[in-house]
Design a protein around this ligand. Structure first.
Ligand code: R5P
Length: 306
């Protein structure tokens, strides 16, 4: 078994290779002046099982093409099987047509990855489970929120455990937050949020948010799958403080930071934000801490890949 890393999260791939004690495959990835990508596999992969690691974040469309080119090159060079480890899998938020005529892009991505030759897919905290229903290959979706929350509990101190409450920043994330809370034996609540499906703006900022569940006087852990612009967290953090929460922390699996960190760094309501290593960021402000999930990925692979 060998590991091939795409461009986006080479640190994750290297850490996984070290943890599993398997070699990395050398490869070249070049972008031509016209924007085309050229790839080359540098080692023999004949009859090998290859774990391909890529997080589809940042220049997501470029990295999607790079992914397809690398996997196709592996197939051309006689690979036995490609196991796709996509700690962050893009397009899962486009998992259904919200309005007539809209494309179901999660389905398109599933078709592409499957057609090119991924035979098993592993990911973390997929935005919507039905995004995986478009695959006919086996898929494994694991929540790493409990791993992030364990780290947070160490930070606040075990004696504060009885004051903790896990809060989903919108009603759609309630199940994800509840599952993580249940795993750690913590209570849960959620903030109501609505999005305008045309502008994707949060409507509740205009109409006022509401917390469902007991939070006053507690230490809240906002639990979510994605930080994109950061607006959801900022608004929920502000609202929780206004509702009488003593302290607010956040545990979010994927730090996309689509518009940088500005609004998260400027806000004062959330003390600290724990994110996973699913998306690589070389420089983060001190309020944002990355938690390694390599043990989780390694154990999924050890249990599911023979
Ligand atoms: C939305 O339903 C997701 O679970 C996240 O809450 C959302 O993607 C976060 O986006 P932003 O950081 O732009 O508010």
């Amino acid at each position: 078994m060998k590991i091939l890393a795409g461009s986006t999260n080479q640190a994750f791939a290297r850490n996984l290779a070290n943890r599993l004690q398997i070699p990395m495959i050398s490869r070249e990835i070049v972008t031509f002046a016209d924007g085309e990508t050229r790839v080359r596999i540098g080692d023999s992969v004949q009859d090998e099982q290859v774990i391909f690691v890529q997080s589809l974040a940042g220049l997501v469309n470029d990295y999607l093409i790079e992914t397809l080119l690398l996997i196709d090159a592996l197939k051309d060079h006689g690979v036995k099987e490609v196991i796709g480890v996509f700690p962050y899998l893009a397009y899962a938020r486009q998992n259904k047509a919200h309005r007539p005529g809209e494309g179901v892009s999660a389905q398109t991505v599933a078709k592409l990855l499957e057609q090119v030759g991924v035979s098993k897919l592993i990911t973390y905290d997929i935005h919507a489970l039905n995004a995986l229903s478009y695959f006919s290959i086996p898929t494994i979706n694991t929540s790493v929120l409990p791993v992030l929350m364990q780290k947070l509990i160490v930070h606040v101190g075990d004696e504060q455990r009885n004051s903790l409450v896990v809060v989903a920043p919108d009603q759609d994330g309630t199940k994800r937050a509840k599952d993580a809370a249940d795993k750690l034996g913590l209570p849960h609540a959620f903030v109501e949020k609505e999005r305008d499906l045309e502008t994707v703006d949060t409507l509740k900022e205009i109409h006022g948010q509401k917390v469902v569940g007991e939070v006053a006087g507690k230490i809240a852990i906002l639990a979510d799958d994605i930080i994109s612009t950061g607006n959801t967290l900022v608004q929920a953090g502000r609202h929780l403080k206004e509702t009488g929460v003593e302290k607010v922390y956040a545990a979010v699996t994927h730090g996309l930071f689509s518009k940088g960190f500005d609004n998260l760094v400027k806000q004062k309501d959330i003390e600290k934000i724990y994110i996973s290593d699913s998306v690589y960021h070389p420089n983060l402000p001190p309020q944002i801490e990355v938690v390694s999930t390599i043990d989780t990925a390694a154990s999924i692979l050890q249990q599911n890949v023979g």
